[in-house]
Design a protein around this ligand. Structure first.
Ligand code: AMP
Length: 114
């Protein structure tokens, strides 16, 4: 896959407002927040889309969800509640082709999403 802005953030080449990180996962605030708290959870390993994830990535995918919950707690939205979103490809609204989970909270969410 080609390099992306999130790859550069994962390597520390571009700054981000990081709220959690470990060896495999990074969580930072979205530059264009759609809610009072809007976080992005990425694997350091570049995977372009969910379609590109392999069975060998299963543990890493689970770690993204656990990091989302941890970051929700760290930013104070765990108890009130939040939404995770994973956009895949054009019709799914994906713009950055480095797999990422959105975590949105701090306000009530609507259903269905647009
Ligand atoms: P998606 O449409 O699912 O690919 O989401 C991409 C998200 O990345 C959007 O919500 C953007 O606001 C966000 N974004 C793009 N560049 C940056 C950046 N440098 N730092 C933080 N968030 C970014």
């Amino acid at each position: 896959m080609s390099d992306t802005i999130f790859g550069k953030i994962a390597r520390g080449e571009v700054p981000a407002d990081v709220v959690y990180e470990d060896d495999e996962v990074l969580v930072f605030r979205d530059l264009g927040p759609q809610a009072p708290v809007h976080l992005l959870v990425i694997p350091r390993k570049p995977i372009a889309t969910l379609n590109d994830a392999q069975p060998a990535d299963a543990q890493l995918l689970g770690k993204l969800l656990l990091a989302a919950a941890k970051a929700a707690a760290l930013t104070g939205i765990a108890d009130s509640g939040y939404r995770t979103v994973l956009n895949c490809n054009a019709a799914g609204g994906q713009e950055v082709f480095h797999l990422h989970l959105h975590v949105l909270g701090g306000r009530p969410m609507q259903w269905p999403p647009g």
